[in-house]
Design a protein around this ligand. Structure first.
Ligand code: FEO
Length: 396
């Protein structure tokens, strides 16, 4: 069902209440998601983005209730990833010569996905499309927010910025506006989205936010492609992104571990105790990696000023859940995080060195040599871990 956004602008996308994993199985989506598509009915009829492929047939059934597909004069593809371009083939079957506005990288991505030579009109920042009734759309290359092809589309007069992935959240809602959503869930999903999807491109994102702000476009609404849209004090969410892109950290320390017989867990709890004793203000999260969602763990680390990773030595390596986390953290490339390693061992204790190497290789600043314990921690070992936690807190 279409929802009027403002004047002749309608939201015509899909709410996916059931989604629990996205990007294959890579990303958890505890609250579902939406694939927002927008229809503008001015002198010209323009569709901005569509929906994910599994919902293409439903989209093509619903869209004619708002507009005859043959009446669409142009399609704007802000980003070619198939959660937004998934209905393109079905649309183009009905309107094969419709002009498609996207970045030059968008042309490559669309051709790469669909292998069709459609009527592409590549656009750059500042280019515009006259949509009649004295209105136009203006394009802004938002490179790496999320892919090289990503762009924003701006509708002056109505002062709406269509931002695609940027400022979005994986959050199923039919309420449309962020101010109508439970703020705790909204904030959690906003930061999880940034940490797990956009963080690797923070340097570009910082530059793009500065570039966007310098344009001084009056913006009253930001219409995202996932989750809720923003209205009211938009600077709040834009500044949040600026903060996320600049070595974001809260007064938090995260301890992530895996354990075989519980020794490394005892160490984790004792280190946490030491940190709390040294700094009662700091929020400490202790997470068993094997029993936690990796995207939630990554989000906790993104929010933290420092983190510790623990694993016992196992077959001369680290436990598999921890190896997976460290590969993930290498890719996410969070900046400005301090880290150290810990864990139990019984024979030769290779995990400690391996953990430290992997953390350093991932670009994280190693605080110190960390802490190990041979065999199960006794009272003395627990005391050493508490003391280590105190020292760690003082160094971060
Ligand atoms: Fe929502 Fe990068 O696609």
């Amino acid at each position: 069902m279409a929802v009027r956004i403002k004047n002749n602008v309608y939201s015509v996308g899909k709410v996916d209440w059931e989604l629990r994993h996205f990007h294959g199985e890579e990303l958890s989506t505890h609250h579902g998601s939406t694939y927002n598509s927008y229809l503008i009915k001015e002198g010209k009829t323009v569709l901005i983005d569509s929906v994910w492929q599994p919902f293409a047939a439903e989209f093509m059934r619903e869209l004619p209730k708002e507009v005859a597909v043959q009446k669409i004069d142009a399609i704007v593809v802000n980003h070619a990833e198939i959660d937004h371009s998934g209905a393109m083939c079905e649309l183009l079957e009905q309107i094969p010569s419709v002009p498609i506005y996207c970045t030059p990288n968008g042309v490559k991505s669309l051709k790469g996905h669909f292998h069709k030579d459609w009527n592409f009109h590549p656009v750059r920042t500042g280019d515009s499309l006259d949509i009649g009734n004295g209105k136009k759309l203006v394009f802004f290359e938002a490179t790496m927010m999320h892919w090289p092809d990503t762009m924003f589309t701006y509708l002056p007069g109505d002062n709406i910025l269509f931002s695609n992935d940027a400022f979005g959240q994986h959050l199923a809602t039919d309420k449309v506006w962020a101010d109508l959503i439970d703020p705790c869930i909204l904030e959690d999903e906003l930061i999880k989205y940034y940490a797990n999807i956009l963080a690797p491109w923070s340097k570009n994102i910082d530059a793009k936010i500065k570039e966007l702000k310098a344009l001084n476009w009056p913006i009253e609404m930001i219409c995202t492609s996932h989750g809720a849209c923003w209205r009211g004090d938009l600077l709040k969410v834009v500044d949040k992104y600026a903060a996320f892109a600049n070595e974001y950290r809260e007064n938090r320390i995260t301890i992530v571990y895996d354990t075989i017989w519980g020794g490394t867990r005892v160490m984790a709890d004792a280190i946490a105790r030491g940190i709390r004793e040294a700094d009662p203000e700091v929020t400490v999260s202790v997470m068993n990696m094997a029993r936690s969602d990796k995207n939630d763990v990554a989000t906790e680390i993104f929010r933290s000023k420092a983190f510790l990773v623990g694993s016992p030595s196992h077959n001369k390596c680290v436990l598999s859940s921890i190896a997976l986390l460290l590969e993930e953290l290498r890719g996410l490339a969070f900046k400005g995080k301090k880290a150290a390693a810990f864990g139990c061992y019984g024979w030769s204790g290779e995990a400690q060195k391996r953990l430290t190497e992997l953390l350093r290789g991932g670009g994280y600043e190693i605080v110190d040599e960390g802490i190990t314990n041979i065999w199960e921690p006794d009272e003395t070992a627990v005391g050493r871990c508490v003391e280590y936690g105190r020292r760690f807190a003082a160094q971060v």
